[in-house]
Structures are given as structure tokens and as C-alpha cells.
Design a protein around this ligand. Structure first.
Ligand code: NDP
Length: 254
């Protein structure tokens, strides 16, 4: 058994055009998988596709608005039509709106939950039939440290990321019989556009992250490449429903 070889596999990475998604996509491509980058920004996605093709694999951009259930179902249908199969679904696209809980408009709350949680459910549901037909599949959902901790300025975000863990456990147990493994990755503080915005908006965040992270640094997107390969390959065939922190020790220290 080739534990970490993804040759011949087809992966979809939502939000694969930058940040953590691109870090994971790089890992999958280097292990031999064809990678579909699914996101809204076409120019940014074209640059990611070109970079991934540089690893000698096929790559393509398919437009996705993960907050739109029709767009999610259309993505999975297009991947199966164009690539004849789907083996790995990485649910990484996500966003946050930061303010105190009492200040959210209902529409803002719903936007975060639709993007970070409801879209993940719809994509997983759409992927189930092709996975089952092929005899199995791998789903990697991206949670957060806020799957574990609350965030005073991120109530809908923390709610969505807590939900990701419970969704992962539920799907993992429901679909184990179909040889579909569903796991979550909980990144610590990773230097991306998302956290650059947070650093600009939340005073003292940079210093707090550095002081609180035992590894003494922010993570970088490529810190997530290896866990993606592990959870996408045969190495993790008996791992399902797990939520794995990749956080430089952040969640482990009292
Ligand atoms: P970025 O802002 O760099 O990337 C977010 C990605 O999501 C972009 O590729 C964006 O592409 C895509 N995206 C956002 N909204 C939508 C949408 N409606 N439809 C389709 N794609 C969308 O952030 P990160 O790389 O930091 O975040 C990636 C994931 O990791 C998120 O789920 C985030 O919550 C999680 N995370 C990040 C942490 C960190 O420290 N950075 C820590 C813990 C979790 P486009 O704009 O082109 O649509």
C-alpha cells in the first residue's frame, strides 16, 4: 500500500486560491493529485492553478460561491463530468465578520454561517454519491482554534467552526460503512489575508498570538500541506471523525 501517494486521485479544494487552501493544495499536488481550485476570484485562482500545474499535475479553476447551495452542487457535478471522478474534498473556504455579538445584523450572522458551515454540509452531501459509487472518498473540513475556544469578536465564526467539528463527527460515523473518511483540521494562528485583516482590526492580536503559541511563531500555509496529504491518502484509512489541531501547541497549553 502506498500510504502517501495520491497519483490518479482528483481533489477539490474550496478557497484553494490562497492562504491555507493553497498550502493544502500544494501538498496534494506534490503527492500526485489533480487539484480543482474552487473559489470566486478568477484571477487569483488562475495564478494558483498555474503554480499547482508546476508540480506536474492537472489543475483547473471552477467558480464557486460556497454560500450558494446551487453553486456547491454544480461544482461537484462539474468535477465529476470533467475529471470522471472525485476522491478528495477539502472544505476550506471561510470568512469572518468581527464585532461584538450584540452588534451583528441577522444578515451578517447568516452570511458567516452560510459560508463556513451550511456550504460545507451541502458540498459533503453532494460528494457522497460519487464517493459511494467509487467505493470511498476523503473529506477534510477546516475548523479553527475557535472550534474549541470562544471568540468575543467572532460569535458567528466560532459557532460555525464548532459546528464543523460536530458535522465532521456525524458524517464520519454515518459514512464509515461507505469507506468515506471525514476529518477536521483545526489550524492555529496562520499568517494569511484573513488574519492580516484580523491583526489590523484587533489591537494587540499579533503580540497575544506570539506570546500564547508554544512554538513562538505564526504558522504559514505550508504548515498545513502534510496533514492534508495524510488525511487524503491511504495512511488515514482508519482515521475518521477526528479533529486534528495544527497549531504549534496553542490548544494544548494551559
Ligand atoms: P483567506 O482569506 O486567505 O482565504 C479564504 C479563502 O476562502 C479564499 O480562497 C476565498 O477565495 C475563499 N472564499 C471565501 N468566501 C468564499 C465564498 N463565498 N465562496 C467560495 N470561496 C470563498 O483565509 P485563510 O486561508 O486564513 O482561511 C482558510 C480557512 O482556514 C478558513 O475556513 C478559515 O476560517 C480557516 N482558518 C484560518 C486560520 C488562520 O489563522 N488563518 C485559523 C483557523 C482556521 P475567493 O475570495 O476567491 O472566493
Amino acid at each position: 500500500m502506498k500510504l502517501f501517494d495520491l497519483t490518479g486521485k482528483v481533489a477539490v479544494v474550496t478557497g484553494g486560491n490562497g492562504g491555507i487552501g493553497l498550502g493544502m493544495a500544494r501538498g496534494l499536488a506534490q503527492a500526485g493529485a489533480a487539484v480543482v481550485v474552487a473559489a470566486r476570484n478568477a484571477a487569483k485562482s488562475a495564478a494558483a492553478v498555474a503554480e499547482l500545474e508546476g508540480f506536474g499535475v492537472k489543475s483547473a479553476f471552477i467558480a464557486l460561491d460556497v454560500a450558494d447551495p446551487g453553486s456547491c452542487r454544480g461544482l461537484i457535478a462539474q468535477v465529476v463530468e470533467r475529471f470522471d471522478r472525485l476522491d478528495i474534498l477539502v472544505n476550506n473556504a471561510g470568512m469572518s465578520i468581527r464585532k461584538p455579538p450584540e452588534a451583528y445584523e441577522l444578515g451578517e450572522w447568516l452570511k458567516v454561517i452560510d459560508t463556513n458551515l451550511n456550504g460545507v454540509f451541502v458540498l459533503c452531501q453532494a460528494a457522497h454519491a460519487p464517493f459511494k459509487r467509487q467505493g470511498g472518498g476523503k473529506i477534510i473540513n477546516i475548523g479553527s482554534m475557535m472550534s474549541i475556544f470562544g471568540g468575543a469578536y467572532a460569535a458567528p465564526y466560532s459557532t460555525s467552526k464548532g459546528g464543523i467539528v460536530q458535522l465532521t463527527k456525524s458524517l464520519g460515523t454515518a459514512w464509515a460503512k461507505d469507506n468515506i473518511q471525514v476529518n477536521a483540521v483545526l489550524p492555529g494562528w496562520i499568517d494569511t489575508e484573513l488574519t492580516r485583516d484580523a491583526r489590523a482590526q484587533v489591537k494587540g492580536l499579533n503580540e497575544r498570538v506570539l506570546a500564547r503559541t508554544p512554538a513562538g511563531r505564526w504558522g504559514v500555509p505550508d504548515d498545513l500541506s502534510g496533514v492534508a496529504v495524510f488525511l487524503a491518502g491511504a495512511a488515514s484509512d482508519f482515521v475518521t471523525g477526528a479533529a486534528i489541531p495544527v497549531d504549534g501547541g496553542y490548544a494544548s497549553e494551559f
